[in-house]
Design a protein around this ligand. Sequence first.
Ligand code: PMP
Length: 560
Amino acid sequence: MEKFSFTHFRRQFPILENLVNEHSLVYFDNAATTQKPVCVIESHNNYYQQSNANVHRASHALSARATAAYESARKKVKKLLNANAEEEIIWTKGSTESINLVAQSWGRTSLQPGDEIVLSYSEHHANIVPWQIVAEQTGAKIKVLPLNKAGQIAIAQLEDFIGERTRIVCVGHISNVIGRINPIENIIRVAKKYQALTLIDGAQAIAHLKVDVSDLDCDFYVFSAHKMYGPTGIGVLYGKQELLEQMPPYQAGGEMIKTVSFEQTTFNQLPHKFEAGTPNIAGVIALGAALEFLEQQDYSGLVTYETALKKYCFRQLSSIPALEFIVDEEPDIPIFSFTLTGHHNHDIATALDSVGIAVRAGHHCTMPLMHYLNITGCIRLSLSAYNSMQEVDFVVQQLEKLTQTDAQSLSTSSVNEIAEANFPQADRLTVDNILSLFAKAKSWDSKHREIMMLGKKQLPLAAKDKTPLSLISGCESHAWLVANENTDGKFCFKADSDAKVIRGLLTIILAAVDNKTAAQIHAFDMNSYFSELGLLQHLSPSRGNGVRAIVQKIQQLVAD
Ligand code: PMP
């Protein structure tokens, strides 16, 4: 096996060569999904070009070929997890579906009123909501394990939460926000003491740790292929065979049956009992390719590099004065979550995006954790072994620049001069003014600068106007909108947001609706306006949702 070479490893991921917003892509959103190596992409293509057929059923060569590749991936997952049998590996859509399967198949049939399901404060919504639903269906209760200062599940208090009534303990191996390895061995040991089952959410661990389910002796372990260089839409539920044998099917249809008559249906054996319908064959085969890819790497070299990268990133981020990590200690895997004093998370993420850096800002599907930590959200940088120290330097340099320079210093922006000279207040801006500003700003970088400057034109809303009634729901940052109807039937608006980028978008939107009648507002085509501004393709899903939420709020206010 060749020694780990960063350059060689990175070269396997063609997407990293792309320009994004006219800048080299710096992909630091690996906890959401990793990029895919060429061999995984090719395996997907090859399957459709050479072997596409349904598995298990047909009696022809292509089907035999597809089935062999499909089942060979199952063998690889069994080996990866050191499971006892292939019957213990169930294909699902991903971690989310794996957890739902256990909650509905095992939980719905086994839980009784008063039984307890134990989770932790750092769980992803995928490991909370399925349990809430089954608790509602069965009368079971949810108990929540607290975290220690380092962000890990607190061992000292395990027995305050796990006890005689506990039926299952479901915890993340590593939180997608905190990046620390949870003490799952201790948790499994305490659960066993009370004959409770254990489910480990390995979504974040699988790409970074060697997982041995036989050694751990957990009852269920789940993960998604797309977080370990594999394709989206495929995941794994590992379950102990004797448990899976006792559990009823989760979904019903073809493939999961042995015999069907209108009088009686018998079910297929494991693992097919849990795999109703035509599966994601290409996805399974491409996951097999991802596992082969990982097997071919010098694992210890890869871990050494990733650890050095993590340490370097932690040190560099720590040197930014305004940066506050959500937990103080260095994470175990390269996931860094923080806020920047005086800056909105979405402003930072949008500014980084304008120079090609992909990060996440928001609640990261962990709203209870945000609440527990007393924050509304955070910025998350998540790295992989294909990221470089230079990329870390670039991000740190951008973060330093953003925190040192207030939007004030973006005075090179043309909007400043034009706006100051011609229309000092936001309410004097027209659609034509905005269109002419953006016509000059060609790149996303410069469009972003214009948005930020336009945000400065939005006068702050008085505290009395920031009410639940004026709050715009559906916007990830806080934003408020107040409408007043004049005697001539025209509306004027006041708006504010704690994110500068949303203030800028508000200015752009209000230019189109201010001093207009309800009929004119309803008739205005916001989509074409944003498209003409050249913004439609640049709005990330969360920003796009923000714009939709603002427009909906305006329409609601003028309709009332
Ligand atoms: N658990 C954790 C810890 C995760 O990070 C994620 C994905 N962000 C999930 C569960 C859900 O995974 P998927 O969306 O692939 O089902």
